[in-house]
Write a protein that binds this ligand. Structure first.
Ligand SMILES: Cc1ncc(COP(=O)(O)O)c(C=O)c1O
Length: 343
């Protein structure tokens, strides 16, 4: 049976050119700084993001954690969205591991934080308060529908950060999706950020890995943080080889994923019992609501699964679908046909 698995863009399997590059990778001990593939990938990532230096890490979660540990000391405070991945889905790692205090601001539906609310969350100099160090943004914003945060917004947050002497970290797990959707280069989008983490293992299709980018001193601190977390990975060049292919070959094609997501959203909007505003779909993530009496999302997801269509139930009445490298326009027709059959 045909299988169209839309649960996540993390489901991508390495392309044949990635597998070839992995098999042929020249490797060394990365903890000694001697893995040529890792060194090349780190240089490429820094260059693409317009930063001085970069670090290969195991995952997006590790990328965010080492960044926060590199920016903040124990008792320092960070400002971040209440729906941000870092706050919501990372086990409170920065508090648990680094003693870093999170101050949440409500995410607006487009993934931004209201500028006035950011400003009023910044602590004044007072012996009772923690020291505010960092603003954390997410681009694209996963829980807010994969929306890209634009240049103008990034500049406005940059202005606030400069005025108060704060740093900015961007959880850019999908920042390449954002740049492609906005029609700008990723270094433009990263210009206001002191650090950016991005994932090779999502839409870019690599099997493992994320990158952290920033200035040289910051990356040295992040490298120390990665080591204490057990993230010194020795001959990890076999993984970096796939990451190099991801950066060389998989960025521009993200536009296809965005087209397929829009096609899916437009089709779902025509199906009675489903609610979605297709104009909000800007990248690869599609959330929609099921408003059908007596049809819990778990039941619908199960029935879709029986037809070879996989999606993720994400809370009462809500389903997430994410397009990626293995999803074709034809697959979207098949998915819409499955919905028509069921509803
Ligand atoms: C916005 C965002 N940040 C970070 C992560 C964490 O990445 P990983 O699963 O590689 O730890 C994810 C994963 O879905 C994400 O969507």
């Amino acid at each position: 049976m045909r299988l169209v698995d839309l649960r996540s863009d993390t489901l991508t399997r390495p392309t044949s050119s990635m597998l070839k590059a992995m098999a042929e990778a020249q490797v060394g001990d990365d903890v000694f700084g001697e893995d040529p593939c890792i060194n090349k990938l780190e240089e490429m990532a820094a260059d693409r993001l317009g930063k001085e230096s970069a670090l290969f890490v195991a995952s997006g979660t590790m990328g965010n954690l080492v960044s926060l540990l590199a920016h903040c000391g124990r008792g320092d405070e960070i400002i971040l969205g209440n729906l941000s991945h870092t706050f919501y889905f990372e086990q409170g790692g920065s508090a648990a591991v680094g003693g870093i205090h999170p101050r949440t601001v409500t995410n607006l539906p487009d993934g931004t934080l209201n500028l006035a609310e950011i400003e009023s969350a910044i602590r004044p100099d007072n012996i009772h308060f923690p020291l505010t160090r960092l603003i954390v943004l997410e681009n694209t914003h996963n829980l807010c529908g994969g929306t890209p945060l634009g240049l103008e917004y990034m500049r406005a947050v940059g202005d606030i950060a400069r005025r108060y002497g704060l740093k900015i970290h961007v959880d850019g797990a999908r920042i390449f999706n954002a740049a492609v959707a906005l029609g700008i280069t990723v270094d433009q989008l990263a210009a206001e950020a002191d650090s950016v983490s991005f994932c090779l293992s999502k839409g870019l299709g690599a099997p493992v890995g994320s990158m952290v980018c920033g200035n040289g001193e910051f990356i040295l601190r992040a490298r120390r943080a990665r080591k204490v977390l057990g993230g010194g990975m020795r001959q990890a060049g076999v993984l970096a080889a796939a990451g190099i292919v991801a950066l060389n070959e998989m960025v521009d094609r993200l536009a296809d994923d965005h087209d397929n997501a829009r096609k899916l959203a437009n089709g779902l909007a025509q199906i009675p019992g489903l609610t979605i505003d297709p104009s909000l779909i800007k990248t690869d993530i599609v959330y929609f609501e099921v408003k059908r009496e007596g049809l819990p999302v778990e039941g619908l997801v199960k029935q879709l699964d029986n037809l070879g269509v996989r999606m993720l139930p994400v809370g009462p009445g809500r389903i997430r679908a994410v397009t990626h490298y293995h999803i074709t326009s034809d697959d979207i027709d098949y998915v819409l046909g499955a919905f028509q059959k069921l509803l």
